[in-house]
Design a protein around this ligand. Structure first.
Ligand code: TEU
Length: 542
C-alpha cells in the first residue's frame, strides 16, 4: 500500500444531499439516508463502489433558495437534512469503514436571511454593516460599476432602506461577505475550526477565487463571448491575489490538524487560475478543480490537450484533480453524446477519469449513467432555471433523485420526490446494474478497485503514448517497476496501431482490464487493435 495521503490516493464521490436518499419520506434526501447507503459506497468488498471519500453539498441551515449555497447559520445542520447528532453518526460511520467525509463550505457569501446580513442592511452605522460589501451608486439609479455576475445581470442590488447597493457575486439573495474586514476573516476561520474539531476530513470550498474583489471596483476590460458574463475579461471581480492569500490562511489552519484537505472550486474559464491555487503543493490548497477538463467535448485530442496543459503548468508538488460533471452542469452521460454509443463512451470517460494522474471526483449517479433529465418548467426549482427559462433550463436536470431501483420513485423516497425522477430509472438503476457484470456500475467498481491496487495508477508518472491514430488517447502510468498503459478508443471505428507498444518495453504486455472482455490475454506481438470505444488497460513490468 502506498503512503500517499488519502486525498491523493483516493477517489472522491460528490453527494448532492437532497437528491441521494430520503430516510423519512419527506421527498428530500437527508443524512440518515446517506448512512443507509454507505455499504453501496464502500463496504470493504469488491461488490461496493469502493470510493475513499464523500463530499456533501452544503448541509448548514439555509432557506434553500440555492439548495444550501445560501447559508443562514454556519454552525448548524439544516433540520431538513437531520440533526447534528445525525451528522456525528454519519462521520463516525464513514471513519469506521476507512472513508473520509468532506463538507461544502460557502465562504464567499451568506443567505440574505443570515442574521449578520439582516443586521448589516438595517442601517449604515450597524456594527455588522461592514461585514458585507456596500457601496453608493455611480449616479442615481446606476450601480457602482459595470461588472456582470457569474449568474448574469448586475452583481449590485439596490437597497432603499439605506440608499446603497450591496454586492453579490452570485444571485441577489446571496450577499457577498466583505473579506477585507478582519472580523469576517476571523469568523470564517472559526467556522473551519468548528467543523475540523468535529472531525471532518476536509472541505470543498465554494467559489474560492471569488472571496475578494478589486478594492477600487475598476471596470473589467471588454471582450467577445457567448453570453454577457463572458463579454468581460474578469480581472477585477475574481481571482484577485487577496483570495489566494486567504486560501493560504485556510491551509495554515487546516495544517494544524492531521490529515485534512481543502478542495477549491476555482470557478473560471482561465486555465491558469486553477493552477494558481495549487501553489507549490504545500502552501495553498491541496486540490483544486480543473474546470477546463469538465468542459471538453467528446474528442481524444481535446482531452489529451487539456490534460497535457495541466501536466505542463502544474507547479512542482501540485496535484491534479479531475471531474467530468457535478451538480451545476450537464451530466456526462448526456453531454458526451454518442447515441447508441453513449454507454460505451461513458465507459471510456470513466476509464480516463480513474486512471489519470490526479484525484478523480465522481458525481453521484454518474456511475449508473444517469442522463441530464428534462425537468419541465412547472416543476423547476433552480433559481437560475426559473430566472432565465427558456434561454437556460437551469441545473435541476443534474439533480434529479438518485436511481436506486425500478420501484416507485426509483427507491429514492416513499414520499413525493422534490424533483421528478428521471424516466430512465426503469432500466438505469443501481439494483439492476448491480446484477449485470458488464454494466457501467460494475465497470466503475472494477476501475476503482484496480486503482486502489496499483501504485502506478495512484502515484505514477504520466506520459502520453505518441503517434497513436486519430481518436485514440493513450498514456503510460509508471511507478518503479510497475508500468501501466491506458488505451482509449474514442471513435466508433476499429483502429489498429502497430509499433508503438513494442517500442515501449517490448511485447510483454498483459491485459488487466478491458471493456471487450480480453482480461488476462497477452497482447499480440507487433500491434494493438482497438474495437469501437474499446478501453484496454495493460500492464508490464520492467
Ligand atoms: O457554483 C459556482 C458557479 O458559479 C457555477 O458553477 C455556476 O453554478 C454555473 O456556472 C452556472 O452557470 C457554486 C456552486 O457549485 C453552485 O451550486 C452554487 O449555486 C454557487 O456556487 C453559489 O454558491
Amino acid at each position: 500500500m502506498s503512503d500517499l495521503p488519502w486525498w491523493k490516493r483516493g477517489v472522491i464521490y460528490e453527494i448532492p444531499v437532497a437528491s441521494f436518499a430520503d430516510s423519512d419520506g419527506d421527498g428530500k434526501g437527508d443524512l440518515r439516508g446517506i448512512i443507509q447507503k454507505l455499504d453501496y459506497l464502500n463496504d470493504g468488498t469488491a461488490s461496493s463502489l469502493g470510493v475513499d471519500a464523500i463530499w456533501l453539498t452544503p448541509t448548514n441551515a439555509s432557506p434553500m433558495r440555492d439548495f444550501g449555497y445560501d447559508v443562514r447559520d454556519y454552525y448548524s445542520i439544516d433540520p431538513r437534512f437531520g440533526t447534528m447528532a445525525d451528522f456525528g453518526e454519519l462521520l463516525e460511520a464513514c471513519h469506521e469503514r476507512g472513508m473520509r467525509l468532506m463538507t461544502d463550505l460557502v465562504l464567499n457569501h451568506t443567505s440574505e436571511e443570515h442574521p449578520w446580513f439582516v443586521e448589516s442592511r438595517a442601517s449604515r452605522d450597524n456594527p455588522k454593516r461592514d461585514w458585507y460589501v456596500w457601496r453608493d451608486g455611480r449616479a442615481p439609479g446606476k450601480p457602482p460599476n459595470r461588472w456582470v455576475s457569474v449568474a448574469e445581470g448586475s452583481p449590485w442590488q439596490y437597497d432603499d432602506a439605506t440608499d446603497q447597493y450591496y454586492y453579490h457575486a452570485f444571485l441577489d439573495f446571496q450577499p457577498d461577505l466583505n473579506w477585507r474586514n478582519p472580523e469576517v476573516r476571523r469568523e470564517m476561520l472559526n467556522v473551519l475550526e468548528f467543523w475540523l474539531d468535529k472531525g471532518v476530513d476536509g472541505f470543498r470550498l465554494d467559489l474560492i477565487n471569488f472571496l475578494y474583489e478589486d478594492e477600487l471596483l475598476r471596470d473589467n476590460p471588454r471582450r467577445l463571448g457567448r453570453r454577457p458574463y463572458f463579454w468581460q475579461h474578469h480581472i477585477y471581480d475574481r481571482s484577485r491575489p487577496e483570495s489566494l492569500e486567504a486560501a493560504r490562511d485556510l491551509r495554515g489552519l487546516c495544517d494544524t490538524y492531521p490529515d485534512r484537505a481543502l478542495m477549491g472550486e476555482v470557478c473560471t474559464d482561465e486555465r491558469d487560475d486553477a493552477v494558481a491555487y495549487l501553489g507549490d503543493g504545500s502552501d495553498s490548497l491541496h486540490l483544486s478543480f480543473y474546470l477546463d477538463f469538465a468542459r471538453v467535448r467528446w474528442s481524444a485530442e481535446r482531452f489529451r490537450e487539456s490534460v497535457g496543459w495541466l501536466e505542463k503548468h502544474i507547479p512542482a508538488g501540485g496535484w491534479p484533480c479531475y471531474y467530468l460533471n457535478n451538480h451545476d452542469m450537464s451530466r456526462t452521460f448526456t453531454r458526451l453524446g454518442g447515441g447508441r454509443y453513449a454507454e460505451a463512451r461513458a465507459k471510456v470517460a470513466a476509464a480516463m477519469l480513474l486512471t489519470l494522474r490526479g484525484t478523480p471526483v465522481i458525481y453521484a449517479g454518474e456511475e449508473i449513467g444517469m442522463p441530464m433529465s428534462k425537468v419541465p418548467r412547472r416543476v423547476m426549482k433552480d433559481p437560475l432555471g426559473t430566472k432565465y427559462w427558456p434561454l437556460s433550463h437551469g441545473r435541476d436536470g443534474a439533480r434529479t433523485p438518485m436511481q436506486w431501483s425500478a420501484e416507485k420513485n426509483a427507491g429514492f423516497t416513499s414520499g413525493e420526490p422534490w424533483l421528478p425522477v428521471d424516466p430512465s430509472y426503469a432500466h438505469r438503476n443501481v439494483e439492476d446494474l448491480d446484477r449485470d457484470p458488464d454494466s457501467l456500475l460494475n465497470w466503475y467498481r472494477r476501475l476503482i478497485r484496480l486503482r486502489s491496487e496499483r501504485l502506478a495508477l495512484q502515484a505514477g508518472s504520466y506520459r502520453v503514448i505518441e503517434d497513436t491514430p486519430k481518436g485514440v488517447y493513450a498514456y503510460l502510468r509508471e511507478s518503479g517497476e510497475q508500468r501501466i498503459a491506458v488505451l482509449l478508443n474514442f471513435t466508433s471505428r476499429t483502429v489498429t496501431f502497430a509499433k508503438q507498444m513494442d517500442a515501449l518495453y517490448g511485447a510483454a504486455w498483459k491485459t488487466l482490464v478491458s471493456t471487450h472482455g480480453a482480461e488476462g490475454e497477452p497482447t499480440p506481438h507487433g500491434g494493438i487493435r482497438l474495437r469501437p470505444c474499446e478501453v484496454l488497460i495493460l500492464e508490464t513490468s520492467a
